[in-house]
Design a protein around this ligand. Structure first.
Ligand code: AMP
Length: 436
C-alpha cells in the first residue's frame, strides 16, 4: 500500500511517498515558489538506501497543478522513478490546518467535506485555502484514488470548554466560533503515541506534556491520551514565543498601538505574526543563529533565548498544575529535537516537581528517541523526533481501510464522512450552512 502525503501551502507543496508495508520512505520533496518566476522542485528518491538519488529542478512553476504534475512525472520517471504511474498510489493524505469544531477525525474527502473546509476558511485564511488548492489539484490528477484530510486541530477537540473558551461575551463563541482550537495536533498526537510505546503503556494510560518547538511552537497537556489543553489558540499565534510569532501578549496592546502609534489592524496583525517572537526581540528567528550571536556577546540574542525558555518553563508549570500527575515530558520539532540549551533552560529549577535532566544525555542529538532525564527523575523527559508525514499516512491508511469496508458494506464513501463529522458538541446541530 503506497500513500502519498501532501502538505500544500500558498506557494509550496511538500510531499512524501511512503510504502506502508514497512513504513519506508520512497520519496520526499518540496515544490517551492509556485507562481513566481524562479520555481524550484527538490526531491530525494529512496532516501537512506544505496539507491538514494537527490534531484533538483529549477524552472517557473505556474500553479499547484503544474507543480503536482512535475512531482508525478518525477516519481514515475522510467529511469529513476519509484512508481510506474499514478495508479501505483493507493491513497493520498492531505494535511489540512483547520477543521473547526466539526471535523474531529481524519476524514475521506468528498464534495461535502470540501465545502466544510471552505466554510471554516475564515478561521485560517492563510492555510485552509492553500490546503484546498492541493486537494482540488490532487482530485483532478488522481481520479479514483481515495483521498483523506488529516486536520491539525482534530487532536485538540477533546479539550473541555473550561480550557477552550475565552472569557469574552458568550455570543462571541456562539456567533463567531471564537474559542481555542489548537494546532500541531498531528505532531502532538504522534509523539504522544511514540512516548506511550516507549513507556510500555497504552496511550490512554499516559499523562504527558508534549512540547513542539520549531519555527512554530506549542505545548499540550495530555490526560489519559487526550489533549485537555494546548497553548495555540483560535489562531496559531497564542502561547509560546515562536520564530516570528509573539505568543501571548496583553490584548490591550492592539488598541494601544491603534490609538497611539497610528498602526491599523493589518499592520498590527503583520507585526504579531511576521515580525515578533525571536525575530522581533533580536532580529533572528533561527535558533542556530541566535546561539552563534550569543557567542559573540550579542545581548539581545541572549534576551530572546531567555524570554523563550522562560515562557516554556511557565507553561510547563501551568500544565503540571492542570494534569496533577505527569508521566513524561516530550520535546520535539527543530528546536526541541536539536537544542540542548533550550531544553535545559526550559527545565531549570523544576527539580522539586520531580523533573531532573541528565545533562550528558541531554547533549545527545540523534534522529531517534532519547531518554534525557536522570535515573532519579520522577517524570521522564524524552526527545522524540516528530514525523507528521508518517502520522498523516498512518491516519489516512486507517480511514482508507475503514472507507473500503464501508464502500463494500454501504456502497458509498460519504457514510464514513457522516461518521467523522461530528454535530456541534453543545447543540447537537449538524454543521450550519454558514459559520460567519
Ligand atoms: P521546524 O519548524 O520543526 O522545521 O523547526 C525549524 C527551526 O528549528 C529553525 O528555525 C531553527 O530555529 C531550529 N533548528 C533546526 N535545527 C537546529 C539545531 N541544530 N539547533 C538549534 N535549532 C535548530
Amino acid at each position: 500500500m503506497r500513500i502519498l502525503v501532501i502538505n500544500s501551502g500558498s506557494s509550496s507543496i511538500k510531499f512524501q511517498l511512503l510504502d506502508m508495508e514497512d513504513e519506508s520512505l520512497l520519496a520526499t520533496g518540496l515544490v517551492e515558489k509556485i507562481g513566481k518566476s524562479e520555481g524550484l522542485l527538490q526531491c530525494t528518491l529512496r532516501p537512506g538506501t544505496d539507491r538514494c538519488r537527490k534531484l533538483r529542478l529549477e524552472r517557473p512553476i505556474a500553479d499547484h497543478e503544474d507543480g503536482m504534475r512535475l512531482v508525478i512525472n518525477l516519481l514515475a520517471d522510467p529511469d529513476k522513478g519509484v512508481i510506474r504511474d499514478f495508479t501505483d498510489i493507493d491513497a493520498i493524505g492531505h494535511r489540512v490546518v483547520h477543521g473547526g469544531e466539526y471535523v474531529r477525525h481524519p476524514t475521506l474527502i468528498n464534495d461535502e467535506l470540501i465545502a466544510i473546509i471552505e466554510r471554516i476558511s475564515p478561521l485560517a485564511p492563510l492555510h485552509n485555502p492553500a490546503n484546498l488548492d492541493g486537494i482540488r489539484v490532487a482530485r483532478e490528477l488522481f481520479p479514483g484514488i481515495p483521498q483523506v484530510a488529516v486536520f491539525d486541530t482534530a487532536f485538540h477537540q477533546s479539550i473541555p470548554a473550561r480550557a477552550y473558551l475565552y472569557a469574552l461575551p458568550y455570543e462571541m463563541y456562539e456567533r463567531h466560533r471564537i474559542r481555542r482550537y489548537g494546532f500541531h495536533g498531528t505532531s502532538h498526537k504522534y509523539v504522544a503515541g511514540e512516548c506511550a510505546r516507549l513507556l510500555g503503556r497504552q496511550l490512554g494510560q499516559c499523562n504527558l506534556i508534549t512540547i513542539h518547538l520549531g519555527n512554530g511552537c506549542s505545548m499540550t497537556a495530555i490526560e489519559q491520551g487526550l489533549s485537555i489543553d494546548t497553548t495555540l489558540g483560535m489562531t496559531p499565534l497564542e502561547g509560546l514565543v515562536m520564530g516570528t510569532r509573539s505568543g501571548d501578549v496583553d490584548p490591550a496592546i492592539h488598541s494601544f498601538l491603534a490609538r497611539n502609534a497610528g498602526m491599523d489592524i493589518e499592520a498590527i496583525d503583520r507585526m504579531l505574526n511576521n515580525d515578533s517572537g525571536l525575530k522581533g526581540l533580536c532580529g533572528m528567528n533561527d535558533m542556530r543563529d541566535i546561539h552563534a550571536a550569543i557567542q559573540t556577546g550579542n545581548e539581545r540574542a541572549l534576551l530572546a533565548l531567555e524570554v523563550q525558555t522562560y515562557r516554556n518553563r511557565k507553561y510547563i508549570g501551568a500544565y503540571l498544575a492542570v494534569l496533577g500527575h505527569v508521566d513524561a515530558i516530550v520535546f520535539t520539532a527543530g528546536i526541541g529535537e536539536n537544542d540542548a540549551i533550550v531544553r535545559q533552560k526550559s527545565l531549570t529549577g523544576l527539580e522539586q516537581f520531580g523533573i531532573e535532566l541528565d545533562i550528558a544525555a541531554n547533549l545527545r542529538c540523534e534522529k531517534e528517541p532519547v531518554l534525557i532525564s536522570s535515573a532519579n527523575s520522577r517524570i521522564q523527559i524524552w526527545i522524540i523526533p516528530t514525523n507528521e508525514e508518517l502520522a498523516i499516512a498512518r491516519e489516512s491508511l486507517e480511514v482508507f481501510t475503514k472507507g473500503s469496508e464501508s464502500m463494500q458494506n454501504q456502497g458509498r464513501l460519504s457514510r464514513d464522512c457522516e461518521f467523522c463529522i461530528a454535530p456541534h458538541p453543545k447543540t447537537g446541530m449538524p454543521i450550519p450552512e454558514r459559520l460567519f
